[in-house]
Write a protein that binds this ligand. Structure first.
Ligand SMILES: Nc1ncnc2c1ncn2[C@@H]1O[C@H](COP(=O)(O)OP(=O)(O)OP(=O)(O)O)[C@@H](O)[C@H]1O
Length: 294
C-alpha cells in the first residue's frame, strides 16, 4: 500500500538557526521523488523529520493521516537510509546485521536481501566496521531496498559507491519500485546521473521549497540552440543564458524559459538545432543564492 505524506507549515530549528521555514507540501504515494538542493539547503533536516527522527519545531508531518513523531505505527513503515551507511553496529558482521534488520523491519524480504548482497558482492563474514565506505553504503542500500518500507528514503545513500555500484543500485531501485510501487524519496547531488529515476522533483533553496513539479515540467523550462554563432546569438538575445559552448563557427547555447512562437519560428527558419537542457544546468540556475541566508 502506498502512503501519502502531508507536510504543513514545517519549521526545523537548531537553536537560533532555522533550517526549514514554513514548508508545506503534499506527496502522494507510489512515486519516486528527487529531493535536490545545494549544501545546507535543508534536505537532511526534511528527511529526518519525515522519518520521525526529529520533532518539528513548528508545523506538522503527517503520513497516512497520522503524525509521524513518536508514532511507531507509522515509523515502522518508514525507512531512512542516511549518508555514509549508519546501518548496523560496527562490531556486527554483515550476516548478523542482516538478521537484526530482519527483526526490526516488518516488510523485510530475506530472499531479496540475499540477492542484493550477492549483487553488491558484500562479504557476509566481515564486520560492518571493516567494510570500505562504498561497501558500507551498498549494505545500507541493501537494507533500504529489502525493507520494502511504504516510505523509503535515501539521503545521499550512494556516497562512496563506485560508478558500477551506483548504476546497479539505481537499476535495482527502479526495478523493485516498478514491481512494488511505494513512496521513494532520493536526496542527491548527482543531479544529472540520478534524475532519470525521478517522476517528481522537489528543490529546496535556503530552507524553503522553491519548486515541486514533474521532472518533465522542469525539463520543459530550458532549451538548447545550436548552429552558426551569430545566428544563435541573434535568436537568444535578451534571454537568460544558462551555459554556452563554441566549437569553431558553431555555438551551442542553453537558455532558461520556453521559446515564444516568434523565436521558435526564427530558430527553425535559420536551421538551428533545438534540444533539451541538462537538468543539472536548470538546477544550478534555479538555486543560485539569493544572499538572504548570509
Ligand atoms: N545539528 C545541527 N546544528 C546546527 N545547525 C545544523 C545542524 N544540522 C544542520 N544544521 C544547519 O541546518 C541547515 C540545513 O542543513 P541540512 O543538513 O538539512 O542541509 P542539506 O541540504 O542536507 O545539506 P548537504 O547537502 O550539505 O548535506 C544548514 O544551515 C546547517 O548548517
Amino acid at each position: 500500500m502506498t502512503l501519502t505524506i502531508e507536510v504543513s507549515g514545517l519549521q526545523v530549528r537548531y537553536g537560533e538557526a532555522v533550517a526549514l521555514h514554513d514548508l508545506s507540501v503534499r506527496l502522494p504515494g507510489g512515486r519516486i521523488y528527487g529531493l535536490l538542493g545545494r549544501n545546507g539547503s535543508g534536505k537532511t533536516s526534511l528527511l529526518s523529520t519525515l522519518a520521525g527522527f526529529r520533532k518539528p519545531s513548528a508545523g506538522a508531518v503527517v503520513i497516512d493521516g497520522q503524525p509521524v513523531f513518536e508514532n511507531p505505527q507509522i515509523t515502522r513503515r518508514v525507512c531512512l537510509i542516511q549518508e555514509g551507511g549508519g546501518v548496523g553496529d560496527d562490531t556486527d558482521t554483515v550476516k548478523d546485521a542482516v538478521q537484526v534488520a530482519q527483526r526490526l523491519r516488518p516488510g523485510w524480504d530475506a530472499q531479496y536481501a540475499a540477492t542484493l548482497i550477492d549483487l553488491f558482492e558484500l562479504p557476509l563474514r566481515k564486520r560492518i566496521g571493516e567494510l570500505s565506505r562504498g561497501q558500507r553504503s551498498a549494505f545500507a542500500a541493501t537494507v533500504g531496498l529489502a525493507s520494502r518500507a511504504a516510505v523509503s528514503m535515501f539521503d545521499e545513500a550512494h556516497l562512496g559507491m563506485d560508478a558500477s555500484t551506483r548504476q546497479a543500485f539505481q537499476d535495482e531501485l527502479l526495478r523493485d519500485f516498478i514491481a512494488r510501487p511505494r513512496t521513494i524519496i532520493i536526496s542527491t547531488h548527482l543531479v544529472e546521473e540520478q534524475s532519470p529515476l525521478f517522476e517528481r522533483v522537489l528543490i529546496l533553496r535556503e530552507g524553503r521549497l522553491l519548486l515541486h513539479e514533474d521532472l518533465d515540467e522542469l525539463r520543459a523550462q530550458g532549451v538548447s540552440l545550436t548552429g552558426p554563432a551569430a545566428t544563435v546569438d541573434d535568436v537568444v538575445a535578451g534571454l537568460t543564458v544558462l551555459n554556452q559552448q563554441q566549437l569553431g563557427p558553431t555555438k551551442s547555447v542553453m537558455v532558461y524559459g520556453a521559446l515564444d512562437d516568434a523565436r521558435r519560428a526564427a530558430a527553425e527558419a535559420a536551421g538551428l538545432e533545438l534540444g533539451p537542457v541538462a537538468v543539472q544546468d536548470l538546477f544550478i540556475h534555479l538555486t543560485e543564492p539569493t544572499g538572504a541566508a548570509r
